[in-house]
Write a protein of this length. Structure first.
Lengths: 239, 289
């Protein structure tokens, strides 16, 4: 292989690796964005379960967070990625014995990351729930709103406002955790950078680029969240 | 006493019968029980003495590697976090800027990327690293001196793991330390100064004892995070707990390799969590009213 300059390696196109890494960045962002709504929804319901009066509901929710916060992310990912096909294989054998199953690494990553994200987000939601005074619920009921309406119209807007900084932290760690999915073969930023490093033998260069990409994503999302926070504050001021 | 007791609200009476919440709750608990029983019955059903005899010692050894990795990098990180925290709190623009960049980099990028950067990236600097060396005395048939270069340090994956983990946790611990020290009221510094204590004495005798109580819980969380994150070194070919599980799975294609390791991690994290809670209860006993 002829010696190539670093600028050739970093160029866009067949000789350079920029396009591959950019493709990886898109996958990283898509994975994080696809996980976010699922994780938020599950996390919200787990928090609801944790602050409910029913002990069995609290127990079930607490087991969930204990398990998924206690297990290392990597172990959860491997258990799911290798265990799920076996389980599905056993189930599907009853219907079609010759079928085989492969778990897509994007889907597996999405499911595992939403399990982890939701268990952290549920703690944030729980502390936000505790910050809302009981009078808010009672006020909602007293003007004739149903339980669900009170939740949606009175509690949820305040809850999101209080939980926002905590959720921002969860989002940042979600962005970082997406890099783990590269281990089961998803072609995201880190994996593509790793391929480039192996082919070109410029490991330090390409892993630094991967690190800078994650740093840039964190900076961009902190700008985005501060913009959201500002607009939330403005809306509150107008009221 | 009776007046306050009357003011305290009684908890509402427990609802009877089967409201929707209770049905859902029982269903979910039953789901968890079924899940747990499923795993236990799978482990019993797939019980394989040969597998156990072959891999149990490896797992134990891996546990030792994991624990020593976490312990060494936590201690090194704690030592390195002191200058970083000092820089963060310093009034000197350059110093605080540098410390801020350090913390931002290590908290903003995934630990996996940092580990790869050290393990694979350092290989790019092999010639330069081989130049720095010290002569260490080695006792093997008489005292001889062996040249030990930086490259000899970095070619071992375990050392790379420790290096990356210590740098990473130093950033987090610096923030914990800074937060804890800043949580102590300024009046404490002023009071100590008015008693004629100088800065270091104030820090050691007045500020740190109060700050460390605040810092205990974040430190505990950081320890738990490190135990969990240490599974990452399995990817750079260190045979820690996770690394041995990977090896066992690759050899046997038996998913119980990962189930056992998950159980070990879960027990470890839960033990740590309860231990930290117990310590916190003990050392805040004087704050209870």
């Amino acid at each position: 292989m002829p010696a190539q300059s670093i600028w050739t390696l970093l160029s866009w196109g067949p000789d350079g690796w920029s396009d591959d890494i950019a493709y990886g960045v898109i996958v990283t962002v898509l994975l994080a964005l696809a996980t976010l709504p699922i994780g938020l929804t599950i996390g919200f319901f787990i928090a609801l379960g944790k602050q409910s009066e029913e002990p069995s509901l609290r127990l079930a929710a607490n087991i969930y967070t204990t398990v998924f916060r206690g297990l290392p992310e990597l172990v959860t990912l491997f258990l799911f990625f290798f265990g799920m096909p076996i389980l599905l294989q056993h189930l599907i054998r009853y219907f079609r014995p010759e079928a085989t199953i492969d778990v897509n690494s994007f889907v597996a990553g999405m499911i595992v990351l939403s399990l982890i994200f939701s268990s952290y987000a549920s703690e944030v939601f729980l502390s936000a729930f505790r910050a809302i005074p009981k009078g808010q619920y009672e006020g909602g009921y007293s003007i004739g709103l149903s339980k669900w309406q009170t939740m949606r119209l009175v509690i949820l807007p305040q809850l999101l406002r209080i939980a926002f900084p905590g959720l921002e932290n969860c989002w940042l760690s979600l962005l970082k955790d997406t890099s783990l999915v590269s281990v089961v073969g998803l072609a995201e930023t880190l994996r593509n950078a790793g391929v480039a490093a192996r082919v070109t033998k410029h490991s330090f260069l390409f892993y630094s680029i991967a690190a800078l990409v994650f740093l840039a994503l964190a900076i961009v999302s902190s700008f985005a969240t501060s913009a959201i926070l500002r607009s939330l504050g403005k809306r509150e001021a107008q009221r | 006493m009776s007046a306050t007791a009357a003011l305290v609200e009684r908890p509402p009476p427990r609802t009877r019968g089967w409201p929707r919440q209770r049905i859902v709750g029982y269903a979910l608990v039953c789901l968890w029980i079924a899940f747990g029983l499923g795993i236990v019955s799978y482990l019993v059903f797939a019980w394989n003495p040969a597998f156990f005899a072959k891999y149990a010692p490896a797992y134990l050894q891996g546990l030792g590697v994991t624990l020593s990795l976490v312990a060494i990098s936590m201690v090194l990180g704690a030592v390195m976090s002191v200058p970083v925290a000092y820089g963060r709190m310093s009034r000197n623009r350059i110093l605080s800027g540098l410390a801020y960049c350090y913390v931002y980099f290590f908290r903003g990028t995934p630990l996996l990327v940092q580990t790869f950067l050290v393990y694979y990236g350092v290989g790019s600097f092999r010639p330069q690293l081989s130049e720095f060396g010290i002569y260490l005395p080695v006792i093997s048939d008489g005292l001889t001196f062996v040249r030990f270069t930086l490259w000899d340090f970095f070619k071992d994956a375990f050392n790379c793991g420790i290096f990356a983990f210590a740098l990473n946790t130093a950033a987090y611990q610096a923030e914990i330390l800074r937060g804890a020290i800043e949580s102590v009221h300024r009046g404490q510094w002023e009071g100590a100064a008015s008693l004629g204590l100088h800065k270091l004495q104030t820090l050691r005798k007045i500020i740190l004892p109060q700050a460390l109580i605040v810092a205990l819980r974040p430190y505990g969380n950081e320890l738990i995070l490190m135990v969990k994150a240490s599974a990452i070194v399995a990817i750079i070919t260190v045979y820690d707990l996770m690394g041995n599980a990977k090896l066992a799975f690759a050899n046997s294609f038996d998913i119980q390799a990962y189930i056992w390791v998950a159980l070990v991690y879960l027990v470890m994290v839960e033990l740590l969590r309860h231990a930290i809670e117990w310590i916190e209860r003990r050392i805040t006993i004087h704050l209870k009213r």
